[in-house]
Design a protein around this ligand. Structure first.
Ligand code: HEC
Ligand code: HEC
Length: 402
């Protein structure tokens, strides 16, 4: 028997056996047809893909592909789409802000919220470097989140500060103040700033009054917002330092914004009114944002409320009337208990479905609420179902939302 005679005639084996019993034999069958076809399709796909898209690396560069596709252009396209969407979605609100006075924006909850939300990024980009991320200030840069204003906390004053910029100015060594007198004044101011705990030397008050400080900081040290002269009777310091006494002495001896004095400190707030980075609408948003950070002066309610209410009345009456239409009358939950709320939500959603104005996530919410017995979620679902009914009753254009 020759060695290479196949012990299994008719079988397409390679003659290689994996065990002594020759149970495990290596066969040489063709792969299944579908397998070969799939592989061929794969190869064609690879070739097409490699020609169409950037593929083969080549000495520091690579083949660019016939499509001209890159991740960067794809990202830019998506960003442009998103911007266009945003612009369309918020165009009305942006326009309302452009058309409204600062006071009206603050009085209108929706505009105010929108302004604050969008201004946050603007503030981070343009102001936070100096004033801190939350307006909490930095050494040399005033806090915007308190009611201690250099120039005033009304919307108009804040607008002036941001639009026109500010430049603090205090002369150095007023009326020939000596180093000792500066030190005495500093102690007096710091002690006064401590309030009840402080112990200011009343004799030093005479020095304060005689050296012209009063002209800008006033007889009671309260400062002067027209000049941007700081309030010296509180312990809030713009030029904050670990050794506050030394810092106040420096301010007294070298002034603020005295260009020819190398030790002077500067208080320069850039003007954003004509800047290219911030447009008029953005500026309004920033004013509203800074105003609500902490210490903005309260805004009076609008005087013409009565008139506005009159205009609105017929619309409300009409809404009330159409709401009586049983087709659109929402069912009110009997109590805040889960069973009652979910029953109302289901009933209202059923009416939604019947009128073909159901919002898809209402159904989802109801399902989830039933699973988790979550009253808050049930309430939300119910509110949404009721809203769909209201909308349908007021505007006849309401339609399903997905
Ligand atoms: C280069 C630093 C710098 C930048 C950037 C800056 N500010 Fe100022 N800002 C100042 C300084 C300094 C002052 C105080 C000016 C003074 O002492 O006269 C000031 C003052 C102000 C005031 C007046 C504060 C008061 O107490 O009356 C407001 C409001 C203000 N800044 C808002 C902003 C807003 C909003 C932005 C961003 C759009 C901004 N600032 C960007 C430095 C800056
Ligand atoms: C011409 C007006 C003017 C006169 C006069 C003047 N100041 Fe000022 N002073 C200012 C202004 C404006 C500021 C605020 C600068 C800023 O914050 O940009 C200031 C700031 C200060 C500060 C720093 C406050 C802080 O928050 O860090 C001290 C302290 C001070 N003055 C003390 C005095 C004393 C003491 C005198 C009298 C010797 C005096 N000033 C006279 C205008 C004046």
């Amino acid at each position: 028997m020759s060695e290479d005679k196949n012990p299994y005639p008719g079988e397409n084996n390679t003659g290689h056996f994996w065990d002594d019993e020759q149970d495990l034999r290596e066969l040489d069958n063709r792969p299944p047809r579908w397998y070969m076809q799939a592989m061929l399709v794969g190869i064609v796909a690879i070739v097409v893909y490699s020609i169409y898209y950037p593929s083969i690396p080549w000495f520091g560069d690579s083949y660019k592909g016939t499509a001209g596709w890159t991740q960067i252009t794809e990202m830019k396209q998506s960003v442009a789409e998103l911007e266009a969407y945003r612009e369309k979605k918020f165009a009305a609100t942006e326009q309302a802000i452009a058309d409204s006075s600062l006071e009206d924006i603050v009085r209108d909850d929706e505009l105010k919220t929108y302004a604050i939300k969008t201004a946050k990024v603007l503030f981070g980009d343009n102001c936070a470097a100096c004033h801190g991320a939350g307006g909490q200030g930095n050494a040399g840069f005033p806090v915007l989140a308190d009611d201690d204003w250099l120039y005033g906390g009304s919307l108009a004053k804040i607008n002036q500060s941001i639009s026109n910029g500010r430049r603090g100015n205090m002369p150095a060594r007023m009326l020939g103040i000596t180093d000792e007198q500066a030190s005495e004044l500093a102690t007096f101011l710091i002690e006064t700033g401590k309030g009840a705990q402080g112990n200011p030397n009343s004799a030093s008050k005479a020095l304060y009054l005689s050296k012209g400080c009063i002209g800008c900081h006033g007889p009671t040290l309260a400062g002067n917002q027209i000049l941007g002269a700081a309030n010296l009777s509180d312990s809030i310091y713009r030029f904050k330092a670990e050794d506050q006494h030394a810092s106040v002495v420096r301010t007294i001896l070298h002034g603020v914004g005295q260009g020819n004095n190398p030790q002077t400190q500067d208080g320069v707030m850039p003007a954003f009114g004509h800047s290219k980075v911030i447009d008029a609408v953005q500026l309004k948003k920033l004013v509203v944002y800074v105003h609500q950070l902490g210490g903005g002066d309260p805004v009076k309610p609008a005087a013409k409320k009565a008139k506005a209410a009159k205009v609105k009345a017929p619309v409300a009456a009409k809404a009330a009337k159409t709401l009586k239409d049983p087709k659109y009358t929402p069912i009110v939950a009997k109590s805040d208990a889960f069973a009652d709320v979910i029953a109302a939500a289901e009933a209202n959603y059923k009416t939604n479905l019947a009128q073909n104005l159901a919002w898809r996530d209402t159904g989802k919410m109801i399902k989830e609420a039933k699973k988790s017995k979550d009253v808050a979620l049930a309430k939300k679902a119910n509110a949404q179902a009721v809203n769909a009914l209201r909308q349908a009753s007021v505007a006849l254009t309401a339609s399903p939302r997905f």
